[in-house]
Design a protein around this ligand. Structure first.
Ligand code: NDP
Length: 272
């Protein structure tokens, strides 16, 4: 029987991960199957245990279980510890290993697919939830000139910045007035509700890249605002989704598939 993997979440039927990992398996010739696992909101551990005891080799973890998966794993990668969230579980010889590939996914999409050098750049990260936390350490590793965190609830952003030893500054949106950034990443869930984080005008520097972690057919309010403000490049989070999957595949199989080729296929499907 092929090795079994799945994405666990609630809801999970919208997940594109099975499509992506099936494409990776074809590309690399790996013998695996990847499905969807809908877990009751109060039964993550029981569902993951059941999958594992049936011989499952690994899980991707999506909302709302990344925190539960962090507590479930017996061993954690450094990046999962920093993120305090797990999106990749690997089951091997009775051991539960937890990793977080979201940050690497974002950085690889920015640097490889979008060709942006992040070192020396002024980066602004919007939001202070799980997605923002997961990408801070990988962004800092790129040695930006500065990393600034802005959140609707500024206390939350300041607490988050302190947990990274003050390597980044944090505050509210009003404090951004009069400042400019080269890369602005929207890691809020505002786009899900069709809302725009309250960014002041003029925050996009000349040549700026605007990146929304959300993806979909329609342009998000954040990307529409960035366009109207003259941002030079706009990108949604589909590339991040594919690149985090590349990293998960590497954790499980020791091989790094070509994410760009699969991203191209997904874009064609999205635009069909
Ligand atoms: P959380 O619920 O943990 O955090 C939500 C954040 O958004 C909070 O900081 C919240 O601010 C802020 N927020 C919500 N609404 C607004 C608004 N109207 N204006 C300003 N700020 C707002 O969510 P996650 O961090 O888990 O996810 C964030 C987004 O990232 C989601 O859209 C998700 O789909 C996306 N994502 C994409 C991935 C990809 O692979 N492309 C991977 C992971 C996530 P406050 O603290 O004030 O409430």
């Amino acid at each position: 029987m092929p090795d079994q993997y799945a994405v666990i979440g609630n809801p999970v039927d919208h997940s594109q991960s099975p499509l992506i990992h099936a494409a990776f398996a074809r590309q690399t010739g790996e013998d695996l199957e990847y499905g969807r696992l809908l877990a009751p909101k109060d039964a993550f551990c029981a569902s993951a245990n059941d999958f594992r005891t049936r011989g499952g080799r690994g899980l991707n973890v999506t909302l709302p279980f990344k925190g539960a998966a962090f507590r479930y794993a017996a061993f954690l990668s450094e990046r999962a510890s920093a993120a305090q969230a797990v999106n990749t579980l690997k089951f091997e010889r009775g051991v539960i290993f937890g990793d977080n590939t979201d940050g690497a996914g974002l950085v690889n999409d920015l640097t490889q697919n979008l060709g942006r050098v992040l070192s020396g750049q002024r980066i602004l990260l919007l939001g202070a939830g799980g997605a923002a936390r997961g990408v801070i350490e990988p962004l800092l590793q790129q040695q930006p000139a500065q990393l600034t965190l802005a959140n609707r609830t500024p206390d939350k952003a300041q607490r988050l910045a302190r947990s990274f030893g003050g390597a980044l500054e944090a505050g509210d949106y009003a404090a951004l007035a009069g400042r400019q950034f080269d890369v602005i990443v929207n890691a809020t869930s505002a786009s899900l509700a069709g809302e725009l984080p309250p960014l002041p005008p003029g925050v996009f520097a000349r040549g700026a890249l605007a990146y929304d972690m959300m993806y979909g057919k329609a342009e998000t309010p954040f990307l529409a605002f960035a366009r109207s403000q003259g941002a030079a490049r706009l990108a949604d989070g589909l590339g991040m989704l594919v690149e985090q999957a590349v990293e998960s595949f590497f954790v499980w199989r020791g091989l790094r598939p070509d994410g760009a080729a699969v991203l191209k296929q997904l874009r064609q499907l999205q635009n069909a």
